[in-house]
Design a protein around this ligand. Structure first.
Ligand code: NI
Length: 180
């Protein structure tokens, strides 16, 4: 296992569409080590999620700390080849940050109820719904697999700021945030 270098905005890999992982490869040592490295890197940099392109690997893999279920201890969620279907036109706006865009924070409106289909780290099919900030976190991470960054989706650029200034001058529209 290893902590990997995080790709920063401007690196072309963050703008590429990532390749799906062949199902038969998920159990391979290469993919399992990659997932472990992603987790180790996310923890090291205090992120709550990380996508493979952020460590210079253009594959459709996302890892997240899942702490959205009341009464359930936080656990690791791994999404491989994820597909997202919005279940509503309604949006919520949360402040987002990103390990690939350090030091900044900005408000991003996103559909606030989604369905997610993916494979997990064992290659098993999973499907679930997510609402609110959980839906935002998933969409942020899965955007990385499409070559998108959260700043692309900011509706009002006056709501993009350095983290310290955001905290000082911009009143969050919600009370949750974090580096995604
Ligand atoms: Ni990010």
């Amino acid at each position: 296992m290893a902590i990997r270098k995080v790709a920063l905005m401007g690196h072309p890999i963050l703008r590429q569409v990532a390749q799906p992982v062949p199902e038969k490869d998920i159990s391979s040592e290469a993919i399992q080590t990659l997932i472990q490295d992603m987790v180790e890197t996310m923890v090291e940099y205090d992120g709550r999620g990380l996508a493979a392109p952020q460590i210079h690997v253009s594959l459709q893999i996302v890892v997240m700390i899942w702490d959205f279920d009341p009464g359930v201890e936080p656990y690791l969620k791994v999404l491989i080849n994820p597909e997202i279907e919005p279940l509503t036109q309604e949006t919520s706006t949360f402040p987002e940050g990103c390990l690939s865009v350090p030091g900044l924070q900005g408000d991003v409106p996103r559909p606030n109820w989604i369905k997610v289909r993916a494979l997990d780290q064992k290659g098993e099919r999973i499907g679930f719904e997510a609402k609110g900030f959980a839906a935002t976190v998933i969409q942020h991470e899965c955007d990385h697999l499409l070559g998108k960054l959260y700043i692309d989706r900011i509706a009002d650029l006056s709501r993009l700021a350095f983290t310290k200034e955001y905290g000082r001058y911009l009143k969050p529209l919600s009370d949750d945030d974090g580096s995604l």
